[in-house]
Design a protein around this ligand. Sequence first.
Ligand code: PRP
Length: 183
Amino acid sequence: MNKDVEKILIGEEELDAIVSRLAKEIDRDYKDSERLVLVCILKGSIVFMGDLMKKLSVPCEIDCMKVSSYGAGTSSSGSINIALDLMRPDLPACDLLIIEDIIDSGNTLSYLVNYLKLKGARSVRTCTLLDKPSRRTVAFTPDYRGKEIPDEFVIGYGLDYAERYRALPYVGVLSPSVYRENE
Ligand code: PRP
């Protein structure tokens, strides 16, 4: 185990089982879709999306968006900045499934769902690996959810602290000594 990890929250086997279950749910719901597009929200969702798409039986395309919050801790859903947008002329034919690694305040996904519907997508749904409902500042429920987790600082499987630890194959809790020494 990485020395900066206090404990493993979700190990590799459990992650695999969670992703398999989500893929089955998505297969079931999109079997009649003519153009399913998985939208990876960079960067944290890269690992999850890579594993999820390999387990899908339904055909899908992939795309990416990058968003950032204007200010940490803000509860305004108008505070999201789109740094990389979807650039496709066929949105009215697309069933978009936004893929997230984690939902915290709910700001990012509630903003994005509205934004992509207004932009004209045929349908927009959301799939998150992790969910921290105790941190919500705006009401938001994902269509597909891997696992609810407590309010702990999690890293690995795509999630970072200061851009580190994304490549860990499990979801772990960051040792508080790591962020204390950077405060
Ligand atoms: C994280 C996560 C979501 C967002 C969730 O991204 O990937 O996009 O925060 O938080 P919210 O529910 O409070 O809006 P982050 O800004 O850390 O970027 P990253 O994925 O590039 O690490």
